[in-house]
Design a protein around this ligand. Structure first.
Ligand SMILES: Nc1ncnc2c1ncn2[C@@H]1O[C@H](COP(=O)(O)OP(=O)(O)OP(=O)(O)O)[C@@H](O)[C@H]1O
Ligand SMILES: [Mg+2]
Length: 319
């Protein structure tokens, strides 16, 4: 089984303003607001949901296929992903655009002003699952991306009979009822956090049990309360978070969780072990700044896993 990760590929531009935005906003002059904040520093870090999942799966020696659109500025980023063991041959470069970019400026009170430029991501529907030469043994993950592309991939996977995991997360608000319902009903599995799972129910008018019964399995993450795993509509169990040594930055924690889970899933491990692997991969991500800065070897992962969870030796097969 190979894993095909579709979804956003982006750069995050993070700036910090050494003051308070509120001191510069004139409530009486909002109609001609004009502000420019001189910032002390800026970092550009790799991001995007599919790329984040791919990075961690690369660390876990899975060589996932990343499928998405990026822009003319993707070169260096591509090298980083290649070095991490990701197969980037499925990334289509859109010649006249930049890679999707998230610009966020944070002030001293953690207030944020952000802009998201979709850039090359807006053209993700130029990619077709039909061109990827997949088989029914492969697994496509449909993560946040241009909404039309997400629906296109859902319909193509269904037509080809290729199993897919539906992971609409941030784009739930941009997909309509029909698209979300089709996405869920044809899916092998569903990933969502607790809030997104509620939103899915609201937007599809399906009950929680209708959604959980529509898929083979579902994983609902609950931040520091861990995750819940369901199989064929039945609750399988709660998985706690993996103990952290320090929390540096939560960006990408959900993506890292998915990667850890998927690593176990392709190896045929039981779903609770998969979610425990997700919890540890998420913790490694929390302990570094940025979604693609954590670094570890498979044997470190297994040794650390066993300080909290008992895999009955099955993780030995990963070595
Ligand atoms: N504070 C924490 N300590 C340890 N682990 C955490 C913490 N927060 C999240 N995790 C781990 O990450 C998993 C996913 O977290 P969460 O439910 O916050 O995802 P998310 O909302 O999709 O995150 P994201 O902001 O990346 O989209 C959790 O199930 C848990 O294992
Ligand atoms: Mg998330």
């Amino acid at each position: 089984m190979s894993i095909i990760l579709t979804g956003s590929i982006a750069f995050d531009y993070l700036m910090t303003f050494p003051g308070y935005f509120k001191d510069h906003i004139l409530p009486d002059h909002l109609e001609n607001i004009s502000l420019s904040f001189l910032v002390d520093d800026m970092v550009r870090q790799p991001g995007g949901v599919a790329a984040n999942i791919a990075y961690t799966l690369g660390l876990l020696c899975e060589a996932p296929r990343l499928v998405g659109t990026a822009g003319i500025d993707f070169g260096e980023y591509q090298e980083l992903l290649d070095d991490a063991g990701v197969d980037t041959s499925g990334v289509k470069i859109i010649e006249n655009k930049f890679t999707a970019s998230f610009f966020v400026n944070t002030d001293l009170s953690n207030a944020q002003i952000a802009s998201f430029y979709a850039g090359a991501m807006a053209d993700a529907s130029l990619i077709s699952i039909k061109d990827l030469n997949l088989s029914k043994d492969d697994m496509v993950v449909i993560s946040p991306n241009a909404p039309d592309a997400m629906i296109k991939y859902v319909m193509e996977c269904q037509e080809l009979g290729i199993p897919y995991i539906f992971d609409p997360s941030q784009q739930i608000v941009r997909l309509d009822e029909d698209g979300l319902t089709k996405g869920i009903k044809g899916a092998k599995a569903l990933f969502a956090n607790e809030y997104e799972f509620e939103l899915l129910q609201k937007h599809t008018h399906l009950s929680s049990s209708e959604i959980l019964n529509a898929v083979d399995f579902a994983v609902i993450t609950l931040g520091e309360a861990g995750s819940k795993v369901y199989e064929k509509g039945q609750f399988l169990g709660d998985v706690p978070v993996f103990k952290t040594t320090q929390i540096v930055d939560p960006t990408g924690v959900g993506d890292a969780f998915r990667a850890g889970f998927l690593k176990g899933y392709v190896r045929g491990f039981d779903l609770i072990i998969c979610a425990q692997m997700g919890a540890l991969a998420a913790t490694y991500c929390l302990e570094e700044k940025g979604p693609q800065n954590q670094c570890y070897m498979m044997n470190d992962f297994i040794t650390r896993f066993r300080t909290q969870f008992d895999d009955q030796g099955v993780l030995d097969t990963l070595l």
